[in-house]
Design a protein around this ligand. Structure first.
Ligand SMILES: C[S@@+](CC[C@H](N)C(=O)[O-])C[C@H]1O[C@@H](n2cnc3c(N)ncnc32)[C@H](O)[C@@H]1O
Length: 306
């Protein structure tokens, strides 16, 4: 037992619980805590006894010792990442607002074999871990040992299924796995690892690259097209929060309006000639030489890699 509530529908010792203050919409006043019988939790609105939550159903009102009310709910992964102090950030993460878009367009599913390049804080690893379930496997590459250690702790604290292995390794030096269904890339210089990603993927496998700036996007696209990724597309997710006031329904004035560009592509057995021509436009001779060293048999409409 522990961490995320089981189907019993009553909070038990070691469950995580989300506490939402009843009289304010301030997101920063929310808390996620782990229940331990006999312990207390101090909020700025007074103290809560863990034993007052244990045995209650999600949705119950819990009062502090000075009578301030909180709603107790079972947290989702996004709540844990945002409000649980034991989830520590050392890096930017792939934000929950993009998780759904990535899931829909990458086709990730239960049982998939995944490579992730750039574990960072492990937020996206936790999401992937939930999606692929116990049948799937994630090999997550992180070059910084300190970040890898924190990500391990974070993943333990989000109670993810142990279907992941964090490898302390620079993905530029190679990816050990083969026949991979999807490679997710979230590093500052994705173009440096795309070739290794291509080699790791099975034919038809997907690459997904998370990119925060236009400069990185342009460079990444060029390299992806030349390395033989097909069916390439770039997407951006727009999300607007609305204020929940029936007399004044409109989007909230403050919000986050940009997170990243998300590039999708698949590994095929050929590169369309049109794609190569597009990508080679504006390259100087030296760059052209280094990219065209791959042996490709030219046909009328496409360049075959095999
Ligand atoms: C933006 S963070 C990833 C955040 C992660 N996606 C999340 O949601 O928590 C990028 C991480 O990639 C790592 N990194 C950068 N280049 C790398 C490489 N070539 N191989 C492995 N890791 C790399 C960095 O050390 C950093 O921790």
């Amino acid at each position: 037992m522990g961490c995320l509530m089981e189907k019993s529908k009553f909070f038990s010792d070691e469950d995580l619980v989300l506490l939402i203050p009843l009289n304010t919409e301030k997101i920063k006043d929310r808390h996620v805590i782990q229940l331990h019988s006999g312990e207390k939790f101090h909020t700025k609105n007074g103290m809560i006894l863990h034993d007052d939550i244990i045995g209650k159903t999600p949705g119950s009102i819990i009062s502090t010792h000075i009578g301030f009310n909180y709603i107790a709910l079972d947290p989702t992964l996004k709540d844990i990442i945002k409000h649980y102090p034991k989830f520590r950030y050392k890096t930017q993460i792939i934000y929950p607002r993009d998780w759904g878009l990535i899931m829909a367009f990458s086709g990730i599913k239960n049982g998939d074999l995944i490579v992730e390049i750039g574990t960072g804080s492990g937020a996206f690893t936790a999401f992937l871990s939930n999606i692929i379930g116990p049948e799937g496997k994630i090999f997550s590459y992180e070059v910084d040992p300190d970040r890898a250690r924190i990500a391990e702790e974070n993943l333990r604290n989000t109670c993810s299924t142990k279907n992941y292995i964090i490898k302390i390794k620079n993905a530029e030096d190679g990816i050990d796995e083969r026949g991979v269904d999807i490679v997710f890339i979230d590093v500052p210089e994705p173009w440096r690892v795309l070739r290794n990603a291509w080699q790791a993927l099975r034919f038809g496998g997907q690459v997904v690259v998370y990119i925060p700036t236009f400069n990185q996007l342009q460079k990444t696209l060029k390299v992806m097209l030349l390395y033989g990724f097909i069916d390439v597309s770039v997407k951006e997710g727009f999300i607007r929060d609305f204020q929940i006031k029936p007399y004044a329904v409109r989007p909230k004035i403050k919000g986050y309006y940009f997170s990243a560009f998300i590039v999708f592509g698949r590994k095929g057995t050929f590169i369309p000639i049109k794609q190569i021509k597009e990508a080679l436009k504006n390259l100087n001779k030296k760059q052209e030489g280094s990219i065209c060293h791959r042996k490709i048999k030219r046909k009328e409409h496409s360049a075959f890699l095999f």
